[in-house]
Design a protein around this ligand. Structure first.
Ligand SMILES: CC(C)(COP(=O)(O)OP(=O)(O)OC[C@H]1O[C@@H](n2cnc3c(N)ncnc32)[C@H](O)[C@@H]1OP(=O)(O)O)[C@@H](O)C(=O)NCCC(=O)NCCS
Length: 358
């Protein structure tokens, strides 16, 4: 029997060069939602922040770069590793939430789409290479991979490039202490059809969207500074609600994708999960194991990039995967045949998970 597999044949990432540490925020006054300045020291805020999230550093792009530029840089690496001619690509899918935001502005620019800009930067001429953007919150890259898999399995495409890119440093309210969570980055993957004797690559996926009271857990809002201009809006979130939402629903979606692949939790070697808060991720994975009646999760199952890279939204999962598979991420490694999971949660609120055989 022959299987139509969708496999990742190349990955790439762009990790911005500007390192911003928690003490670097010390010069900025933080305010609460009522525009009241916090009366504790920056050191205390910073310590608590690091204790809750695990984030010590994050990366920002330099002022000459936009989201589409770093997307093209990550894409070039993925294409080079896949060893394909970019003209052969059938689809370029770019996941993001804010478009390009030139430094010094707060206006998001999605005309033309980032995918059109990336295709232009990659100098691809083929009009049959369809380029479109995907807005799905932080789970956008995983959803793009699900699109690519669906196109490939249905005979619509043979080669797809799925990119994630975000410059959250350009949409943060510097007077909101939650701004310390966010960072910039880009990750990309080339996915190709492979007709083989055994299943490999994308085995299954699950996605859910919760849009009742959850729809506005992440939103645009004015700065917390006194008398802020309501016409200028920044990324804001109800962090506690997101935290509780993620713990409640993400484990079930991940379990569903593992079951659809006819696998058991013991078969999973690594879980590449979106990085927004270290404690939250640990609790999600603990709860996943508890759904299987297991009280202790294996020590090295979840590579964590959050300490050094913060939360760069869509870019987190593909960047982490790129680093691990290229053996640039501590002791984490992958061998052919390993079963892994990609999972994410974010604005929408959306959750998704893919079971993948390496
Ligand atoms: C935002 C977040 C860090 C806040 O943490 P939390 O534990 O829920 O915070 P709480 O509001 O319950 O407050 C707990 C304590 O931390 C403090 N705190 C909250 N946010 C803080 C921040 N950003 N920096 C420093 N301290 C913070 C509070 O003042 C409170 O202190 P206290 O115990 O002295 O009163 C956390 O909710 C979170 O990471 N949520 C998920 C974010 C996420 O996934 N976003 C999705 C983007 S894709």
């Amino acid at each position: 029997m022959r299987f139509k597999n969708t496999i990742i044949t190349g990955t790439g990432s762009y990790i911005p060069t500007e390192v911003v540490t928690n003490p670097d925020f010390a010069g900025t006054q933080f305010y609460d939602t009522d525009s009241k300045a916090f009366d504790i020291s920056h050191e205390e805020i910073s310590e608590k922040f690091q204790a809750i999230t695990g984030i010590a550093e994050r990366r920002y792009v330099t002022s000459d770069l936009n989201a589409s530029d770093i997307a093209a840089l990550a894409a070039e690496k993925a294409i080079a590793e896949a060893g394909i001619d970019p003209e052969e690509l059938d689809q370029i899918i770019v996941a993001h939430d804010f478009g390009d935001i030139p430094k010094g502005t707060i206006q998001t620019d999605t005309l033309p789409s980032l995918s059109a800009r990336v295709k232009n930067l990659l100098k691809i001429n083929n009009p049959k290479c369809v380029a479109y953007d995907l807005i799905f919150g932080c789970p956008g890259w995983i959803q793009g991979v699900i699109h690519a898999d669906s196109f490939i399995k249905n005979g619509i495409a043979k080669k797809c490039l799925v990119i994630a890119t975000e410059t959250l440093s350009r949409v943060v309210d510097i007077h909101d202490r939650d701004s310390m969570i966010y960072s910039d980055g880009s990750g990309a993957a080339v996915l190709e059809l492979a007709e083989e004797d055994a299943p490999r690559g994308i085995l299954s996926f699950s996605t859910e969207s919760y849009t009742k009271e959850e729809a506005y857990y992440l939103f645009l809002g004015k700065s917390y500074i006194t008398d802020a201009d309501p016409k200028i809006r920044y990324i804001k979130m109800h962090g506690r609600k997101i935290y509780e939402f993620a713990l409640k629903y993400v484990p079930g979606v991940v379990k569903e994708s593992i079951e659809k692949a006819n696998l058991d939790i013991h078969d999973i070697k690594k879980i590449f999960i979106h990085q927004a808060n270290e404690k939250m991720d640990q609790e999600i994975v603990k709860r996943l194991f508890r759904l299987y009646g297991i009280r202790e999760m294996p020590k090295d199952i979840m590579p964590m990039s959050i300490h050094k890279l913060g939360n760069n939204s869509v870019a987190t999962v593909p960047t982490l995967y790129d680093l691990v598979r290229k053996e640039r991420f501590g002791d984490h490694d992958l061998e052919p045949g390993d079963n892994i999971v990609f999972a994410s949660v974010g604005a929408g609120m959306n959750i998704n998970s893919i079971a993948y055989r390496y």
